[in-house]
Design a binder for this molecule. Structure first.
Ligand code: ADP
Ligand code: MG
Length: 579
């Protein structure tokens, strides 16, 4: 239907818009990066779909993005001949924000605004930027500079009369209208605010494109400036407009490492990751041989809001010979490294590769194995050379890395070396103690690595189970993340040393044990046989045994589980998730 309708944004969108405008104002030129990024994604999607349906390209096979200025109308337009958007997609994508995340975003937003209203404007703004980074609300950055935005689009494969025009001033409402559009793809038209007219200067735009969009693989074109000025107007009007490419337009990952600066890598990261923050570190490798490919992998600085979502998307894009094949290629990285972002470009996979094929492809397995090793090396060198950066990484992603030993048997030992824990050695609950540091501090005669699991750092630290360790000056690792039980049930040893829970079984302190005390305990066990029996009888089935222990110093009693039984904490965790 061709009718024009007026729709409301999903409730939170207006709030988000306000926030975007407020917090990105000091960095307003990024609107162009965001729109070019979307246009380039759209063109890449069409290139991929056209592999199986050539018709989609119509008579316009050269995919590109154009940036156009109309000084009289006061508009800047970002135009692509990509996949386009149909009417329903307009409602679903442009009219709403990352729909699954909208609720969380709105909640987080209210917190950020709360900070802003309590006179902590700066804090509110910083939180805002962080949020935008996490949620990637790229398109809405248009409203930083525009008082009105029109998105005019036609989906590839639909005929000219099925164009759509979306328009909004960003105040809670937008209109949607079916229109004629001769060319395929999308034009985003920004009607600039009076005070933002500086963006009508083509040279200003070229500079911004150079800064942000130089390394995207898609050509970005602008009208060739009329520099001569001696042709008469009539002659000019006759000529078809001539465009020239203003970005480099070669995929960054294909270029030589030696030619690339940190800024190049950072700019490219922002393009592929939809993250507003800079990456923490990256690794760029070209592999030659029978399975040739290039991998450019990034560690983000901050975990996305949906890190713990079961459906959390993977961040590596797959290309085949420079053609974009798919986002979120989850076979290129193991699940426990799902936070890694980047690009893998294969020379040897077929262009028509599907998710199903990837599932069983030997080449993909090899690439995933090598990617895993690359990320481990990157993390190892961060941990060694830039421990502060590594700590940042650990605080954000440590709980994900802890899934590693269960999923990747072969790399267990290397992952073990990257783990960080809270410990009785430190006063703080920050997870900063490595197993290697623990081993260095082990007492003479100590054989095992001791840990305790509990449901909070405080509960771990104050457990009566630690009394004897404190007395003997033996360090105990304090584990209180949910994933920790899973971790220790899969990581039984490190550097040949057994990981031992202090709450399990008959505590064997080996040479650390006090012989005399041990004997005293045995003695006491005999002497108090009656008492122990009475305790056992009255507690009956609920317990297995009552023992005299050398574990305790101040507390009268504690509960211990069998060596091979579920720890009390794991039982609690399972109960909480309804098992
Ligand atoms: P993101 O790019 O992170 O998905 P954006 O806010 O930048 O978020 O864009 C939202 C969505 O709108 C995109 O995912 C895409 O589906 C759609 N979109 C935006 N611009 C275009 C375009 N030029 N062509 C086709 N779809 C687009
Ligand atoms: Mg985007």
């Amino acid at each position: 239907d061709a009718h024009k309708e007026t729709l409301e944004f999903k409730a939170e969108v207006s709030q988000v818009l306000d926030l975007v405008i407020r917090s990105l104002y000091s960095n307003k030129e990024i609107f162009l990066r965001e729109l070019i990024s979307n246009a380039s994604d759209a063109a890449e999607k069409l290139r991929f779909e056209s592999l199986t349906d050539e018709q989609l390209l119509e008579d316009d096979p050269n995919l590109r993005v154009r940036v156009l200025v109309d000084k009289d109308a006061g508009t800047v337009t970002v135009s692509d001949n990509g996949i386009g958007i149909n009417r329903q997609e307009m409602v679903d994508t442009i009219g709403s924000i990352a729909s699954s995340g909208t609720r969380q975003f709105a909640d987080a937003l209210r917190a950020a605004q709360g900070a802003a209203e309590h006179g902590e404007a700066e804090k509110g703004q910083a939180a805002g930027e962080e949020l935008i980074g996490q949620f990637g609300v790229g398109f809405y950055s248009s409203f930083i500079v525009a008082e009105r935005v029109s998105v005019i689009s036609r989906r590839a494969g639909l005929s000219a009369e099925h164009g759509v025009c979306w328009q909004s001033e960003g105040h809670g409402r937008y209109t949607l209208e079916t229109i004629e559009k001769a060319s395929r793809g999308t034009d985003v038209v920004l009607h600039l605010k009076e005070e933002e007219k500086e963006f009508l200067d083509p040279w200003r735009l070229r500079t911004i494109i150079g800064k942000f969009s130089d390394h995207i693989a898609m050509p970005v074109e602008m009208l060739k400036e009329d520099l001569g000025g001696d042709e008469d107007e009539e002659k000019q009007a006759d000529k078809a407009p001539e465009f020239e490419q203003v970005n480099r337009g070669t995929a960054l990952w294909m270029r030589n490492k030696a030619e690339l600066s940190d800024d190049d890598y950072k700019a490219f990261y922002k393009h592929i990751s939809h993250d507003f923050e800079e990456p923490l570190a990256w690794a760029h490798n070209r592999v030659e041989g029978t399975n040739e490919y290039t991998a450019l992998l990034y560690l983000p600085k901050r975990a996305p809001w949906d890190m713990w979502d079961r459906e959390q998307k993977h961040g590596v894009k797959l290309y085949v010979r420079r053609v974009f094949i798919m986002d979120e290629a989850d076979k290129l990285m193991p699940h426990w490294l799902r936070f890694v972002k980047g690009v893998v470009d294969s020379d040897d996979l077929p262009l028509n590769v599907s998710r199903e094929i990837l599932q069983h492809d030997r080449k993909i397995d090899t690439i995933r194995g090598a990617n895993t090793k690359r990320v481990l090396s990157l993390l190892e060198s961060l941990a060694k050379d830039e421990p502060e950066k590594y700590q940042t990484f650990w605080n954000e992603f440590g709980r994900v890395l802890k899934e590693g030993p269960a999923e990747d048997f072969a790399n267990r030992e290397r992952i073990g070396g990257l783990l960080r824990f809270a410990s009785t050695h430190n006063e703080t609950d920050e997870q900063s103690v490595s197993l290697d540091a623990y081993i260095e501090r082990m007492k003479d005669g100590q054989k095992d690595l001791y840990y305790i699991t509990a449901d909070s750092p405080a509960a771990a630290r104050h457990s009566p189970h630690l009394e004897v360790f404190r007395k003997k000056g033996v360090e105990v690792l304090l584990l209180s993340d949910r994933v920790d039980e899973w971790l220790v049930s899969n990581l039984h040893e490190y550097q040949g040393k057994h990981l031992q829970s202090v709450t399990k079984g008959k505590l064997d302190l080996g040479d650390l044990a006090d012989k005399e005390e041990q004997e005293k305990a045995e003695q006491a066990e005999k002497e108090h046989e009656d008492l122990l029996k009475r305790l056992k009888d009255s507690l009956g089935e609920r317990i297995e045994a009552v023992r005299v222990s050398t574990r305790l110093v101040d507390s009268p009693a504690c509960i211990v589980v069998g060596e091979h039984e579920m720890s009390a904490n794991l039982a609690r965790v399972l109960k909480a998730v309804g098992q």
